[in-house]
Write a protein of this length. Structure first.
Length: 244
């Protein structure tokens, strides 16, 4: 009997390591958004499950006894499906979701419910750094009046979709010094980012504050899933009940 960790975040990687260190039989799954993800400390399945029926089959085939969902805070469809199916078949489920970022003194943040609303806050000719991932890029089709730079982990398989933009390849983590130097070199005017939370990926926000860069913060979508934990120590305690 195995605990399944729905992975894709740094927190999931650390929780997998906790299982490996504490004799907790566990496996993990990665949807495959990144081509060469960092290796996890437990057996890992890549490429998703093939929909709801595939997820049910996976849970049964691998004798999963509990599911810890540590996917990205914006992976709401995966989270909702996982919660609904585990509740349907009577499996213990827990969501781990790190707290959202909050602005502090000196921050110039504008909260937006969706990427498509960024256009109204970007001046003509502005240099816009998109740190929202390639999957959200189609939502910025209305930014023809700005210069776009989209950072992603993997090299692109095709050219940038519009003439006013380019890809920038980079694999996190990024230090504060790195982010500040990058934004200076690119002369960034506006940073667009999803409110993913977490200390490691906050460096770009700290750099924006130092440089006085406007931040358009995409708010997390609503999610009906419960229960959830927001401290990793509590998630580790939840996992510890499954120690062999």
């Amino acid at each position: 009997m195995t605990v399944l960790i729905l992975a894709g975040t740094g927190d999931a990687r650390q929780l997998a390591q906790f299982c490996a260190d504490h004799n907790i039989a566990a496996c993990a799954s990665l949807a495959g958004a990144t081509r060469q993800p960092k290796q996890l400390a437990v057996p890992t399945y890549h490429g998703g499950f093939g929909g709801s029926d595939g997820f049910r089959t996976f849970l049964q085939r691998h004798a999963i006894r509990a599911v810890l969902d540590a996917t990205h805070p914006f992976a709401r469809k995966i989270t909702q499906r996982s919660y609904d199916i585990t509740r349907e078949i009577g499996l213990p489920y827990m969501r781990f979701e790190r707290p959202a970022w909050q602005p502090g003194a000196g921050d110039h943040w504008i909260s937006l419910p969706d990427e498509t609303e960024a256009a109204g806050h970007i001046a003509p000719g502005a240099v816009v750094f998109l740190a929202t991932g390639r999957q959200s890029l189609p939502k910025f089709a209305n930014l023809a009046h700005a210069q776009l730079i989209c950072r992603q982990i993997d090299p692109p398989e095709r050219a940038f979709p519009w003439p006013n933009g380019e890809y920038l390849i980079g694999r996190p983590p990024f230090s504060l010094a790195d982010e500040e130097a990058l934004f200076r070199r690119l002369k960034v005017d506006v940073l667009v980012v999803k409110n993913a939370g977490g200390a490691a990926s906050r460096m770009k926000l700290d750099a924006a504050r130092i440089l006085g860069i406007k931040v358009l913060m995409i708010a997390r979508p609503a999610c009906r899933v419960a229960p959830y934990l927001s401290e990793r120590s509590l998630a580790e305690a939840w996992l510890a009940q499954w120690t062999s």
